[in-house]
Design a protein around this ligand. Structure first.
Ligand SMILES: [Cu+2]
Length: 175
């Protein structure tokens, strides 16, 4: 999986109008704190399980909040998806189902995991191929956005065990 550390930083600068951003860029890094701090979230191991263009692709990732306040994810967009929704899988009475989720709160100094069998990003009308990296923009309640690239994996699912181990995550094989 191609990794893009630069794309994982909070997208704070992009929130500013171009002219204001230019002004702030001239100040010392410690200056320009008038606005509330942006969501301080790191994205770990983002990937899609892609099967067919006619079948929704599941998006999985771990959000790590390094900030002192909860970070609330309220939505996501991707050019690789006709639409992208926050979902949670449920098993009740032996029946699997999915429900839409309006928001997901990542606790301060905590993490939230989207993983097969649980929370996922539901990519409708996926336009991607196995082996590609697809950009996804995550939208937070404070108005900040983070764009990261999701590695596209096939039916066999999760990223290679070696890479998962390197990131301290256990591989999963079920949906
Ligand atoms: Cu779903």
């Amino acid at each position: 999986m191609t990794h893009h550390p630069a794309a994982e930083r909070p997208a704070a600068r992009r929130r500013w109008p171009a002219a204001l951003g230019l002004g702030l860029a001239l100040l010392a890094p410690s200056a320009g704190r008038a606005a509330p701090p942006p969501t301080q979230v790191q994205v770990r191991t983002p990937w899609f399980r892609y099967l067919l263009a006619s079948i929704p692709a599941g998006g999985y990732l771990t959000l790590e909040n390094t900030g002192a306040a909860p970070a609330v994810l309220v939505g996501a967009d991707s050019p690789g998806c006709g639409s992208l929704m926050l979902h949670r899988s449920e098993t009740a009475g032996g029946t699997d189902s999915m429900v839409g989720v309006a928001r997901v709160a990542v606790p301060a100094h905590g993490r939230f995991r989207f993983a097969p069998g649980g929370y996922h990003l539901m990519c409708m009308q996926p336009r991607m191929r196995v082996g590609q990296d697809v950009p996804v923009t995550l939208r937070f309640a404070d108005g900040s956005r983070i764009t990261v690239r999701f590695a596209v994996h096939g039916a066999d699912g999760a990223p290679a065990p070696d890479r998962m181990k390197a990131r301290g995550m256990a591989p999963k094989s079920h949906m």
